[in-house]
Design a protein around this ligand. Structure first.
Ligand SMILES: [Zn+2]
Length: 355
């Protein structure tokens, strides 16, 4: 426990939420809350998880997309100049495939794969004279200190010693996370459009893709580590989802903020899957997905050594007050992280939650 309220310079980790439900999940993960004045445009709260002082920031309501995310993060980085790394934590749209058995409630974490840094800004580029869209630019990969923590997290999951169940239970004090009205986890064929209605009651069950049942007696959240596609468009079409994913060799999820952040602050992206990026999407899984992502983020943070004693990793960008103002980031040479970059999945059993 810290002896006093931290100074501005003592905050090294930013936790960014795009939606209020994600912000609620984040604040529920804090071991300790610190009082502060919040007279900025961006809503944020301060607290501690383990040895880390955390700035939890929430994007302005209704301001979604990469530009809004970038604007808010620049303000936060300007106010907290000692920030070293960021976690972008919330919901995302999953891309199930024969290679990745992604289900609603699973968690996807960005990880460098196939020459990409972990996140692809898929809709940023130019239209060539032949009408083809050509992607340009690049996004920075996650800092090595977070990738090392990710490796440790995966090891903890495999040894069954994680405290994710405890983190999830702490959410149960909030009504939004106690809801039980989630719709069935149905993945429809990519080319089958949603029929009228707020849920899939009118959709043809014969169009549901047959997938093996997960063990109902041992419910689990599966962590998938690999590529995330980020852009300014809400993905609601299964055919386009699969086409774009295949262009990059397979992405695990789509989301709408990461591409605006990664070149401002070295970040890892953690997404709970709340829909399948098709016309059947609804919001009933959002609280559970946001809660699962937050629980994984907290467990990951526990694997990150204190920044006061940690050696600054060579792949980490350096940010100054001035560079924050100008939205520019001075990056040192970007070494490829020496961690396993094979897209992979590992299981966390939820059975312990119901003891
Ligand atoms: Zn439907």
């Amino acid at each position: 426990m810290p002896s006093s309220t931290p100074e501005i310079e003592d905050y090294h980790v930013a936790w960014i939420a795009a939606l209020p439900i994600e912000f609620s999940a984040a604040t529920a993960m804090l071991d300790e809350h610190y009082e502060h004045r919040n007279d900025d445009t961006t809503l944020y709260t301060l607290g501690r998880i383990g040895s880390h002082n955390i700035v939890v920031a929430c994007l302005p309501a209704g301001h979604i997309g990469t530009t809004s995310a970038a604007t808010s993060l620049v303000e936060v980085v300007h106010k907290f100049p000692a920030l070293r790394v960021g976690l972008l934590v919330g919901i995302g749209a999953g891309v199930p495939s024969p290679e990745a058995d992604i289900r609603l409630g699973d968690v996807v974490i960005s990880q460098p794969t196939r020459g990409y840094g972990g996140v692809i800004h898929y809709d940023f580029g130019k239209v060539e004279p032949d009408g083809q869209h050509r992607r340009i630019g690049y996004l920075n990969g996650p800092p090595l200190v977070l990738l090392s923590a990710l490796s440790k997290l995966r090891w903890i999951l495999e040894t069954g010693t994680s405290e994710i169940g405890s983190h999830l239970r702490s959410l149960q004090t909030l009504a939004a996370f106690r809801q039980t009205n989630t719709t069935p986890d149905h993945l429809f064929r990519a080319d089958y459009k949603h029929q009228d209605g707020p849920t899939c009651e009118n959709c043809d069950p014969i169009m549901v893709v047959t997938r093996p049942e997960r063990d109902k007696n041992d419910p689990s959240i599966v962590l998938h580590c690999g590529l995330i596609a980020s852009g300014n468009q809400v993905m609601r079409d299964g055919v386009t989802r699969d086409k774009l994913s295949s262009e990059f060799g397979g992405v695990f999820c789509f989301e709408m903020e990461a591409a605006g952040l990664l070149n401002i602050l070295p970040c890892l992206v953690i997404r709970g899957i709340s829909d399948y990026a098709d016309s059947h999407k609804n919001k009933t899984w959002q609280p559970r997905a946001a809660g699962n992502a937050a629980a994984y983020a907290k467990e990951l943070l526990k694997c990150v050594p204190p920044f006061s004693t940690a050696r600054r990793p060579s792949s980490e960008g350096s940010i100054t007050r001035n560079s924050a103002r100008s939205m520019s980031l001075r990056m040192k040479h970007l070494d490829l992280p020496r961690v396993d970059t094979t897209p992979s999945s590992c299981f966390f059993s939820l059975a312990a939650m119901y003891d």
